[in-house]
Design a protein around this ligand. Structure first.
Ligand SMILES: Nc1nc2c(c(=O)[nH]1)N[C@H]1C(S)=C(S)[C@@H](COP(=O)(O)O)O[C@H]1N2
Ligand SMILES: [Mo]
Length: 426
């Protein structure tokens, strides 16, 4: 045990060394190797530099060599094709996709009482430009009939899923996640580059799945296998020892205290918020990211002085597969709200920048931001208490849930800012 933990300690230290814009957040049991953005300043900019991008995984980083790496692809008939990564990179098209990756556990540390595991504040989110090969091209190159799957030639197409497996898997436990095949064919890619550089080891070198707009856990790193099947991964679905459905079926599900999620082959709707609202899904899976925003400037870390009476409040807002319709900023803990302006890059699956021009007098203020998506769904104010027993977003409260997933309340992310008068600094 201690040997593995020692190794992981060294691994964290090495990552922190390489990434000066991050700092560590760990769970008590030291089961996770995670680092998050070190400053709110990360959320004042559209592109998150690799040095500031959070890292989240559980096992040690597997050794990998791009030249020798292969991806094992299997269709519903079980026939396997082994594709060398060099062929994928050299023979198939390369595209770039902007993706705001948020850990499903971002905001977990805002649950009261605590839920255990990594106590993230808001630092487990970032936007990178990922370059790689469309999943559609890879499946086609391996001989799968992607057109039939994409056009929906039969009722059961709805229930086709793609399971991605990471090379950090062990005999006891496979890291496997399933997404609907339709999503995989639509916009997912096997990324081998990040922000114009080779994919760093901690982000999945030599290749990872990127699922735009969906919680980070879906974007399997160190990708070694792809499986198309009639349902998502369940405990008997893969022909191998050990548990392989844990990360799909047990963890990363939103449920009240003391409940055990049932394992399912499919869900009638995959949107995370849609599942929360639907009585047909008891314990939602964390798929697409729910509407969320963060202020990045001012940071609240030091007093600020208005320039020509104004302070620019800037931040980012995202809503998974949905577009951001608007962002409001409050300077009084959410009593009054003012429309912010959206600006800058506008790509599906990536956050938008927003800005609000504030004219404060000296004093202490609590700044919050609240985003609304194109379907009119706004961030709730707070996270409820376990005894409220919420299983959906109700009464302006996000449901406290045992795993601490998908929290998107705005008040826990508010920042206190001290405004001094221009004279004070003269
Ligand atoms: N193989 C593998 N892929 C993984 C994980 C992992 O533990 N193993 N962690 C997931 C989780 S929980 C998140 S939030 C993202 C984080 O990606 P990043 O470290 O590149 O930011 O990777 C996902 N992909
Ligand atoms: Mo995560």
């Amino acid at each position: 045990m201690s040997e593995t933990r020692e190794g992981r300690r060294e691994e964290i230290d090495a990552i922190l060394d390489r990434k000066p814009g991050t700092s560590e957040t760990r769970d008590e049991a030291d089961r996770y190797t995670v680092v998050g953005a070190a400053s709110r300043e990360t959320f004042a900019n559209w592109l998150t530099p690799i040095e500031e991008h959070f890292v989240c995984h559980r096992n040690p980083i597997p050794d990998g060599d791009a030249d020798a790496w292969t991806i094992d692809v299997a269709g519903t008939d079980g026939d396997e094709t082994e594709l060398p990564l060099t062929d994928i990179v050299e023979d198939l098209p390369t595209v770039a996709v902007a993706h705001t990756m948020e850990c499903a556990g971002n905001g977990r540390g805002q649950h009261d009482p605590e839920t255990g595991s990594v106590q993230w504040g808001c630092e487990a989110v970032g936007t990178a430009v990922w370059t790689g090969t469309p999943v559609r091209s890879v499946l086609r190159a391996s001989g799968l009939d992607t057109d039939a799957a994409a056009t929906g030639s039969g009722a059961d197409d709805e229930d086709r899923w793609l399971t991605a497996i990471g090379d950090d898997s062990t005999e006891e436990e496979t890291f496997a996640r399933s997404i609907p095949l339709s999503k995989a064919l639509d916009d997912c890619l096997l990324a081998h580059g990040m922000n114009g550089e080779a994919l760093p080891a901690e982000h999945g070198y030599p290749v990872r799945l990127v699922v735009p707009g969906w919680y980070g856990v879906n974007s399997v790193k160190w990708l070694s296998e792809l499986r198309v099947s009639e349902g998502m991964v369940t405990e008997s679905a893969l022909d191998r020892p050990g548990t392989h459905a844990r990360w799909q079926q047990d963890d990363y599900r939103i449920h009240p205290a003391g409940e055990t999620p049932e394992h399912a082959d499919t869900v009638p709707t995959t949107g995370t918020w849609d599942q929360l609202e639907s009585s047909a899904v008891d314990h939602p899976y964390t798929f697409d990211e729910t509407v969320m925003s963060l202020i990045g400037r001012p940071t609240g870390e030091e007093p600020i002085t208005p320039h020509e009476d104004t302070v620019t409040v800037r931040g980012v807002a995202w809503a998974g597969d949905d577009e951001i319709a608007g962002v409001e900023v409050s300077t009084d803990s959410g009593e009054a709200w003012h429309d912010a302006e959206l600006f800058g890059p506008d790509y599906a699956g990536a956050w938008r920048l927003f800005e609000y021009t504030w004219e404060p007098t000296p004093g202490t203020y609590t700044l919050a931001s609240r985003a609304t998506d194109e379907r009119g769904r706004a961030q709730p104010a707070t996270i409820g208490a376990p005894e409220d027993g919420l299983d959906a977003i109700e009464n302006d409260q996000f449901p406290w849930n045992e795993g601490g997933y998908a929290a998107n309340a705005y008040l826990p992310n508010a920042i206190e800012v001290e405004v001094t008068s221009e004279d004070d600094t003269a």
